[in-house]
Design a protein around this ligand. Structure first.
Ligand code: URA
Length: 210
């Protein structure tokens, strides 16, 4: 597993406003969307392309377009949904799958309650999106499922990560073709499994529920 922390002033600026508890839900959603677009730009640096011949109004030239099989974007429900638009804006030909996962707030273990994606992901590049890499349990389970279906290149795009979660990912996905891309790695997890300083419960802040 490879970790990539995106170092960019606009990323840091948007993340700071997301962290601020005074930021309301509509602003949080808009900023999360903008931040994902910036992260998606970095996350797709190695997206596969193929050569195409085209004609400009002036003459023939050779360029590239996104290769087949199409990349797959998989938001982890619920909070990952808030990151979907930002990803597909930059990957318009991507297919979208869904993974519904929930963590038990006492044991912090992840379980899957819904899966909607192709059975066979052989040769596919997959972008799995979830705002918070906390304990790592959810993302590890999601990525193991993607690899089991044949995905040969998985990028997890997260807004924020905890060092504990990064460590779990490194241990459980050692040697796997996986990149984790994030705007920041924070200090630690607290006893409730929240990232400190973090930004609180990403789903609640996006959707305004308590
Ligand atoms: N999930 C969240 O939404 N926030 C955290 O801090 C950790 C997990």
């Amino acid at each position: 597993m490879r970790l990539h922390v995106v170092d960019h002033p606009l990323v840091a600026h948007k993340l700071t406003t997301l962290r601020d508890k005074r930021t309301d839900s509509p602003t949080f959603r808009r900023l999360a969307d903008e931040l994902v677009t910036l992260l998606a730009y970095e996350a797709t640096r190695d997206v596969r392309t193929e050569q195409v011949d085209i004609e400009t109004p002036v003459g023939p030239t050779t360029g590239v377009k996104l290769a087949r099989p199409r990349p797959l974007v998989v938001p982890i429900l619920r909070a990952g949904l808030g990151m979907l638009d930002g990803m597909v804006r930059l990957l318009p030909t991507a297919e979208v799958g869904f993974l519904g996962m929930v963590r038990n707030e006492e044991t912090l273990e992840a379980s899957t309650y819904a899966t909607r994606m192709p059975e066979d992901l052989s040769g596919r590049q997959v972008y799995v999106v979830d705002p918070m890499l906390a304990t790592g349990g959810t993302l590890v389970a999601a990525i193991q499922e993607l690899i089991k279906r044949g995905a040969d290149d998985v990028t997890a795009v997260v807004l924020l990560a905890a060092p504990e979660g990064v460590e779990v990912m490194e241990r459980e996905l050692a040697g796997a073709p996986v990149t984790v891309l994030t705007a920041a790695v924070d200090e630690q997890l607290n006893e409730q499994g929240y990232i400190v300083p973090g930004l609180g419960d990403a789903g609640d802040r996006m959707y305004g529920s308590a």
